[in-house]
Design a protein around this ligand. Sequence first.
Ligand code: FES
Length: 180
Amino acid sequence: MNLPGGISRRGLFLKLAVLFNALVGIILAVPIVRYIFSPMIRQRRPGYASWISLGSLNNFPAGETRLATYRNPVVNPWDGVTADIACWVRHVDTENFQVFAINCAHLWCPVRWFPQSSLFMCPCHGGVYYADGSRAAGPPERGLFQYSYKVEGDSLFIKAGEMPTPTLAANIKPGGPRCA
Ligand code: FES
């Protein structure tokens, strides 16, 4: 039996089925395509490559390691306080710093600084790092990740959009990333 317009019922269902499948395919493809292209999208977002101030150098006395926080420059309105990110700042001497990601290089738990023993310790699986961020003991296979930093005026800045990762760390020379 043909419907008005000369199309058969079977033909109509076939077309509807093809349309439905195409729609489902597109819906499923969107997150996959977004995932594949996310590094490019992220780099184009404002703030990704910006320098973020960690505050005055006076907050980081020479020879000490202090906790600092910054607001993630690649932030969504719904991120709330989760966009406030902590890091450890080690003032080595004069204008030499090391800024460590707070996350353990093993499974990303936040590490704590113990000035009494001059060690960073991870509460999750016992990972331990020396004061310069290098691995001391436990399951982590490498030292703490470090941010690129620069000193401008009397403030310390980090490139926070580039979250420390093994890829980024591979491009960083030992002794800490330093940008002019
Ligand atoms: S997450 Fe730090 S040792 Fe496992």
